[in-house]
Design a protein around this ligand. Sequence first.
Ligand code: NAD
Ligand code: ZN
Length: 262
Amino acid sequence: MRAGGSNPVREAARILTARGNVVVLTGAGISVESGIPSFRGSQGMWEKYDPMEYATLHAFMKSPQKVWEMLSEMVSVCGGAMPNAAHRGLAALEEMGVVRAVITQNVDGLHQAAGSRRVIEYHGNLDELICVYCWKRYPTRDRWTPGSVPLCDCGEILKPNVVLFGEPIPWLAQEEAEEEARTCGVLVVIGTSAQVSPACDIPRIAKESGAAVVEINPEETSLSGNVTDIHLRGSASELLRRIQVTLSTDDESTSTSPPGIK
Ligand code: NAD
Ligand code: ZN
């Protein structure tokens, strides 16, 4: 943590109100409390599935049935998941006029389910399937049942409309995310290890454009201590709850910026 002081949550709350234009970047960590495993870490999906074998476009084109073993698990788990207090907290902060937009790397749709309105899905969404041969799209629920491998009308195997390693970011999402990063006053980075490129460039773009960066993560990441101004260590739900409480009760939070943050 670079900004001084003994109460980093209060400092973070002050920065949010003093600077405004708050944009949030989320990763798999925010959905862990909804029962969706992250990719990295001891309970992570990568313990079970090697990403190079299961999460690349090349792997999908070579053996889509095999890649669907992993995809089926993700579609089932995400399909049954409910937003948690952290998703709801961000929706409430948007409603309060504090948060301007959420850029998410997640593909589970839980921000929208919680009520967030301005959500930029950087890596797509599991709700939709796409044919990589004829580009036809289908709602996932229309073509996929647990254990099945969904087929296009043209006979080819469908792919979830999410970004696998080796695929480009949907251009509109990338444009919008970079514009949000360039113009925000504060970027709050929640639950991402910041190891997936180019999503990991977003905090750097925000920082280089003059934004303060607040990180919420129980662990250190490659952002902590260099790009991050304030690292709030802990779970997303608990820290967002404390920020919300501080914003609603602490009149001082509307006054000046803390030391170290202009
Ligand atoms: P990651 O798995 O690399 O890292 C998760 C991060 O979340 C870690 O830094 C961890 O310390 C932190 N974390 C764990 N529990 C947390 C909590 N309760 N509160 C706050 N932080 C917590 O995730 P990533 O950086 O998002 O990269 C994974 C990629 O895989 C993403 O691009 C995403 O598209 C995809 N993915 C999505 C989902 C989903 O949609 N829910 C799930 C897994 C992976
Ligand atoms: Zn097709």
